[in-house]
Design a protein around this ligand. Structure first.
Ligand code: SF4
Length: 800
């Protein structure tokens, strides 16, 4: 394998989860418009630099097309086949494809030249920028370098370690949201055949709170809105805790369609994001050369963690309007026929104290009542949200309160209405549908048993946070990750990295090198797989896989590029290979590897909603999964009705002199992957170690823009420190702050999680600022060396 000629070069300008040299980022303030010509030139510049012009054209024109591959980045829904454009992707989708389909390679020579200890000092951007992995690699116990290993030996080694476990629950099988339906189904089958439900996934860290709240209140743990509901029907769209311009950019096109049809759009978010402003649609002359479209009609600068209070206030205001004009605001017929629990909620809302609502939300009563007036006028309302809502201690209660808001006016089960949690990774929703969950219901496990003739384990397994705890405490021997960058995605970085080192064997299936591969167990395997963009040739012919988008559309994805190396295997082939090594051909592992249609037949028998799967997967655009609340106002809850729930408003208490920090992603970033050092939409250039602060907070802390500060998080178990952040003046609400993930994961205590969902509370971290003389830390030490948990110094308690 030829090594990337740039792979031994010194790291570029520091980016990612560490800094090779002190950063000097500059700030020009948030932008008020998005995309336009700049979006096109950035996409082209990035694609050509990574892939070259021909490969760029070939890849990008196949992306999100009916006979092409699904974007490996976010989970935004594709338009119906007849409405797709020739270029059906956004700037960040182009970056994701270029990142995967790059011409750069890291082969065995690279690993021979770079010991693990040296690679650990590199930042995350540099590691991934070296290129695609080309061959399976093994890190022997005590070795300093990864070295090549054959696939046969890698399967044998993994199987031997798994077979030797005294208890299958001493293994953990983690999944990232890029995994296809077919690979995910096979993966959960492998884990359960082994005898464990330890199937943590990235969903545990993002929309678990949405799933918990929606399953309880409307009986399905996912959104119940279609793309057409947004574009063609909704009168009012409320976007909460979501940054569509960066995290789901093609949503802007859908919002523009809604806007031009006359819908009202309201955004509630602590940061005024560019995507809320004027959208310059690159597919239209009006967008490119004209004024573009102003997307939002109202922007509410809600305080961090103030969303529960906001929606409680909205519900109170709707009730007040109904009391003033009976029969004109609430949908009494819907509430009577389809819901329960309304009276208890009405009593609680009437008792709310507006002053507390204002303090907690950071919004005035008048601002909230104006939104209630918009909602009362709207025939149909959609509420969209993302991780700005889900990663708080009170996240589940907040989402339940949003469901209350929708139920009050019958906004579920009719066109243009409903809850819409917007998923962040391309098949994170599908993976859960396929059974990647530590607590799948018995009905699913029964069908799995009937289909395959073995009894799956029934005890619930470990989610992500509990897996880290178990690894930390020496209760896990084998950690297997199907994609992702576990140590960069998870909280309490130092604890997580130490937990990984506690395992006997860590195995990562990956396309590129990342930090998780360097925070290994006593022995490690790095198994390179095909990317979404690449052709998947098996004994049964060329294969396609399927994915489920955020609107529950399931469709095919066919790679179009030649594999990055002849030694790559598909994720399906890797799992099936390991299954065969472990169990022989008891479940037909080889047949499933050779022909993915066989897997789809099993899925059809086990997973509800997948009848005639093969046939419907092959039809252009795929098919939509049934969702009772959307299709027929059927609610599979404990009472068979949609459930109003009482959610007393809470907000994180911030001691005097402290701030509430939210983690955010930059525009040059997708999840843990950092494409570059800039955040164009927020006007930040040349570095990521910045903390965004309100002007008055800067003044109160006697700081000036550009001053270097340490961020110190306070938690009952001690303090955590992230040193060397530049203060940037920014329009965040008073008392709030924002800084980039994953650099600030170090500040999130493992035990700080959402109630019920156990999702890390990464969006509301109590911090204080300390002036720092230290330059930004060297290399990847940003995640390891930054951790200075001081358990001798108990911190002020952040109470709910
Ligand atoms: S909106 Fe999401 S799915 Fe669509 S191209 Fe952009 S990153 Fe990919």
């Amino acid at each position: 394998m030829s090594e990337n000629p740039t792979s031994t070069a010194p790291p570029p300008q520091p980016t990612g989860d560490g800094a090779a040299r002190p950063e000097e980022p500059t700030s020009s303030g948030p932008k008020t418009s998005s995309v336009g010509l700049h979006g096109i030139t950035e996409s082209a510049r990035y694609s050509v630099a990574e892939m070259g012009p021909r490969r760029s054209l070939h890849a990008l024109l196949a992306m999100n097309q009916v006979d092409g591959f699904d974007c490996p980045s976010c989970a935004w829904a594709d338009p119906s086949p007849e409405h797709r454009k020739t270029a059906e992707f956004c700037e960040n989708g182009a970056k994701a494809v270029a990142w995967e389909a790059t011409r750069k390679r890291v082969g065995p020579e690279f690993f021979a030249a770079h010991p693990i200890a040296e690679l650990r000092r590199r930042d995350g951007h540099w590691l991934e920028a070296q290129g695609r992995l080309t061959e399976p690699l093994h890190l022997a116990p005590g070795a300093t370098h990864y070295a090549p290993i054959s696939w046969k030996a890698a399967f044998a080694l993994t199987a031997e370690r798994l077979r030797a476990l005294p208890d299958p629950d001493r293994a953990v099988f983690y999944t990232s949201g890029r995994t296809s339906n077919e690979a995910a189904f096979l993966y959960q089958l492998l884990a359960r055949r082994l005898g464990t439900n330890n199937l943590p996934d990235c969903s545990n860290m993002c929309h678990e709170s949405s799933g918990a709240a929606l399953a309880e209140t409307i009986g399905v743990g996912k959104g119940v809105v279609t793309l057409a509901d947004l574009t063609d029907h909704a009168d009012l769209i409320i976007i909460v805790g979501q940054n569509p311009g960066t995290c789901h950019p093609r949503m802007l096109t859908a919002l523009e369609q809604a806007k031009r049809r006359g819908a009202r759009i309201i955004a509630a978010n602590p940061l005024p994001e560019a995507g809320f402003g004027r959208f310059h649609n690159p597919q239209s002359a009006r967008g490119l050369a004209g004024p573009g479209t102003q997307l939002t009609d109202r922007y509410l600068p809600v305080r961090i963690n103030g969303d529960l209070a906001l929606f409680a206030g909205l519900n109170r205001a709707l009730l007040d309007r109904e009391d003033a004009h009976p029969g004109t605001v609430l949908d009494h017929d819907f509430i009577r026929r389809y819901c329960d629990g309304f009276e208890a909620c009405a009593t609680a809302w009437r008792a709310l104290d507006w002053q507390r609502i204002e303090t907690m939300s950071g919004l005035s009563r008048r601002q909230i009542e104006e939104v209630a007036a918009d909602a009362a006028r709207a025939g149909s309302t959609v509420v969209c949200w993302a991780m700005g809502l889900t990663q708080h201690r009170n996240a589940v209660a907040t989402i339940r309160e949003i469901v209350d808001f929708l139920l009050l006016r019958g906004n579920i089960g009719r066109p243009g209405a409903g809850p819409a949690p917007i998923r962040g990774h391309s098949n994170v929703q599908g993976d859960r549908t396929m059974g990647i969950w530590e607590k799948m219901p018995d009905a699913f496990l029964d069908r799995l048993r009937d289909e395959f003739g073995f009894d799956p384990p029934r005890d619930h397994g470990l989610d992500t946070v509990d897996s880290i705890r178990a690894m930390r405490d020496g209760r896990i021997d084998v950690f297997f990750a199907l994609g992702g960058n576990f140590v960069a995605a998870t909280p309490d970085t130092g604890v997580t990295e130490a937990a990984m080192a506690n395992c006997a064997l860590t195995v990562h299936v990956a396309t590129k090198l990342n930090r998780s591969h360097l925070c290994h167990g006593r022995e490690a395997l790095l198994l390179p797989c095909l990317g979404r963009t690449e052709r998947d040739q098996q004994a049964g012919g060329e294969q396609f896989v399927t994915v489920e988008d955020t609107m529950a559309m399931v469709h095919a994805s066919r790679g179009r590029l030649l594999p990055g190396s002849p030694h790559l295997l598909s994720e399906v082939a890797i799992i099936a290979g390991l299954g065969y090594e472990l169990f022989g051909d008891d479940l037909g592992w080889r047949t499933m590897r050779d022909d993915y249609a066989v897997i789809r037949r099993h899925i059809e028998h086990v997973v509800p909603g997948f009848h005639a799967f093969e046939q419907r997967a092959r039809q252009p655009g795929g098919f939509m999964l049934p969702r009772g609340p959307h299709d027929s106002r059927t609610f599979h809850t404990a009472t068979g009705k949609a459930r109003f729930t009482v959610n007393p408003p809470t907000a994180v208490e911030v001691p005097a002199g402290h701030l509430l920090l939210t983690t955010v992603r930059s525009h040059d970033q997708f999840n843990t992957t950092v494409y570059g050092p800039d955040d164009r939409y927020r006007g930040i250039k040349g570095g990521r170690r910045v903390v965004l602060l309100n002007q008055e907070d800067l003044h109160d802390h006697r700081l000036h823009e550009g001053d270097l500060v340490d961020l110190v998080s306070v938690h009952p178990d001690g303090e955590r420190r992230a040193p060397g952040f530049r203060a940037v003046r920014y329009p965040v609400p008073r008392g709030c702050a924002a800084a980039y993930y994953p650099e600030t994961n170090v500040l999130v205590p493992l035990d700080s999680t959402a109630e019920t969902s156990n999702t890390p509370a990464s969006k509301s971290i109590v911090i204080r600022l300390e002036s720092s003389s230290a330059p930004a830390p060297e290399g990847a030490a940003a995640s390891e060396g930054d951790l200075q948990a001081d358990h001798r110094a108990p911190a002020p308690t952040a109470r709910q």
